[in-house]
Design a protein around this ligand. Structure first.
Ligand code: FES
Length: 580
């Protein structure tokens, strides 16, 4: 750790709005007084923006207004001036065509909200899948001191006395309905049991993964990720976060001081240890792109290889986030990485302490939830990156959620040209498919869907499910929900809609997946592949206006994080004409 706190007191950026007696200063300050703020709040103390993704249509974040009050308490206690600001909230469960299409829009809007308004520091109040990366991307681009506090996961779900995990059981129940072992009435009955309290998905899905990534990156206080949304200690965490951001502003501890390459490597290894979502690959690549860290898909494969998956949570394992919290949560996992020589111990965190110092004394309270290494769910739990003529820029697979026997597989391609084609054919009893085939889904990437939907774990045909078979090799340019599972090759790059080789796979082609050798091969000659690619034409028209127009023309590939090309990099916090 080489960070040296800045001298305090000094003039903060908010004073260019609120200090002085010019007409503009009075305009900025005077109008704020209609809310009843006493004059001394404008005296040069840190102004902290509480960037709140609260929304009743983002149900996982619907309790964040309440939590924001605790953040405010903490900010006032530490001598700051809190201002709560609603920001774009991309709900995973409600946004169409997909929340992912709006992650970058949210990041762009939040970046401008941070830069263009009088904020010296920011508390990023997030929870649902896309809200966490979008606000971290914004913070990285402005480099304004920022700290994450998440809303926390929902309590355990139970149905007929069995644990029910958000998302994970949605897939299981829907396949059971298809297989005829569950009625639709039971399915409807089960839905309330999945979501029985405020909070985000209670599995190690994308929301819990990204909360863990924020903590592992050092951007949230230690222990933040797993505290249930309704636990009183979540409120304590919010209050402590409010206190901490004030000191971070005084010290000038910025995202670029915390999110170094070492921090990303810590996060990648943490992702492997928790059996985290493949979505973290895209989000961390995008965040790294904003903060100027050279992170690649190869880093994911390299760093994750030696890390066992020790967190026994759905979808890879059997427990839920509530039990993870009782066992000790993410600090225990980070400590285990440190003990195994898999942690950059000196990495700085928002607490001001190193990654190691803040976890070295924690204790595991349940070794069936956080497993010993010799009982790991997967010995090599990291996200695997496969390449080959079918994915020249790479594709990813999560071994801990896959069937080991299918990790080396050769099969006949059954092709779905897009998600509508899949939906039209998958229930057809005459579909020419058996369990040895490889299901291929195209045009679901960042540009294609658009927005890279979580449809890569496409359900199996009912006639195969009825045989009791629950997994097949599936390949697409889509993403997969972090709550899902299966031998699923995702994020194939370049995507089909950008003219990648995936676009020209035909029914009957043979495909080889060889995870041990990191290979994904379409078994046709180079000449045939070149001829098919030369004849390829996109099958979907592009948006002609609006944000869709911007997204489809500027979104990059999944292999680099699917950010908009013109948003990459840090732009700082200076406003062109901020010297009124
Ligand atoms: Fe919001 Fe899972 S849908 S956290």
């Amino acid at each position: 750790m080489t960070f040296k706190p800045a001298a305090w007191p000094r003039k903060l950026r908010s004073q260019t709005w609120f200090g002085g007696t010019s007409k503009d200063n009075i305009y900025h300050r005077g109008w704020m007084k209609n809310q009843g703020f006493p004059p001394d709040l404008f005296d040069g103390r840190p102004v902290i923006g509480i960037l709140n993704t609260w929304s009743e249509l983002t149900p996982c974040n619907a309790h964040l207004r309440d939590l924001a009050e605790r953040v405010k308490h903490g900010i006032y206690e530490a001598g700051g001036f809190p201002v709560e600001v609603p920001v774009f909230s991309a709900s995973e469960s409600a946004f169409r065509p997909t929340a992912m299409m709006f992650r970058n829009l949210a990041a762009m809007a939040v970046e401008e909200a941070m830069r263009g308004q009088p904020m010296d520091g920011c508390v990023l109040m997030v929870g649902c899948d896309k809200t966490t990366p979008s606000l971290l991307m914004a913070a990285a681009s402005t480099d304004i001191p920022s700290i994450v506090v998440t809303g926390g996961p929902m309590l355990n779900g139970y149905y007929k006395n069995e644990r029910v995990g958000s998302g994970t059981h949605l897939w299981k129940f829907s396949e059971a309905v298809k297989a005829g072992t569950m009625t639709r009435e039971e399915f409807v009955d089960a839905e309330a049991s999945m979501s029985r309290s405020p909070g985000s998905c209670n599995t190690m899905g994308t929301a819990s993964t990204m909360a863990s990534m924020a903590e592992a990156l050092g951007m949230a206080l230690s222990g933040n990720a797993a505290i249930p949304a309704v636990d009183s200690r979540r409120r304590v965490m919010a209050q402590l976060t409010g206190r901490r951001i004030v000191q971070m502003v005084k010290d000038d501890l910025k995202p670029s001081d915390v999110m170094k390459k070492e921090a990303f490597e810590n996060a990648i290894r943490t992702n492997a240890a928790i059996g985290g979502s493949t979505n973290a690959v895209i989000h961390l690549l995008a965040i790294a792109g904003r903060v100027g860290v050279d992170l690649t898909l190869e880093d994911w494969d390299r760093c994750g290889r030696d890390v066992p998956t020790i967190v026994n949570l759905m979808p890879s394992g059997k427990y839920l986030m509530e039990e993870f919290f009782y066992a000790g949560g993410l600090p225990v996992v980070i400590k285990r990485l440190g003990e195994a020589g898999l942690l950059h111990k000196d990495a700085l965190t928002v607490s001001g302490e190193s990654a190691w110092d803040q976890v070295k004394d924690v204790v595991n309270h349940n070794d069936d939830v956080i497993l010993p290494a010799d009982k790991a769910l997967a010995k090599s739990g990291g996200v695997v990156v496969v390449k080959g003529n079918l994915a020249p820029k790479g594709a990813v697979l999560k071994p801990s959620a896959a069937t080991a026997a299918l990790l080396t597989h050769r099969g006949r391609a059954v092709v779905f040209e897009d998600i509508d084609d899949y939906k039209a054919k998958i229930n057809d009893e005459d579909l020419d498919i058996d369990e040895t085939c490889v299901m291929v889904l195209k045009n679901c990437g960042p540009k294609g869907y658009p927005g890279m939907a979580e449809v890569g774990n496409m359900g199996l045909p009912p006639k195969i499910l009825r045989k009791g078979i629950t997994d097949m090799v599936r390949i697409s340019d889509a993403r997969m929900s972090g709550t899902a599972y299966g031998t699923v090759v995702l994020h194939t790059s370049p995507e089909a809609a950008a003219g990648g080789p995936l676009a020209v796979v035909q029914n009957g082609d043979m495909i080889e997946l060889d995870v041990p050798n990191r290979r994904l091969h379409l078994d046709i000659s180079d000449e045939d592949l070149a001829a098919r690619l030369a004849a390829w034409k996109p099958i979907h028209p592009l948006y002609e206006s609006g944000y869709g127009w911007l997204h489809q023309r500027h979104v990059e590939g999944a292999d680099t994080g699917a950010d908009l090309d013109f948003l990459k990099g840090a732009r700082g916090n200076a406003v062109g004409k901020d010297s009124h």
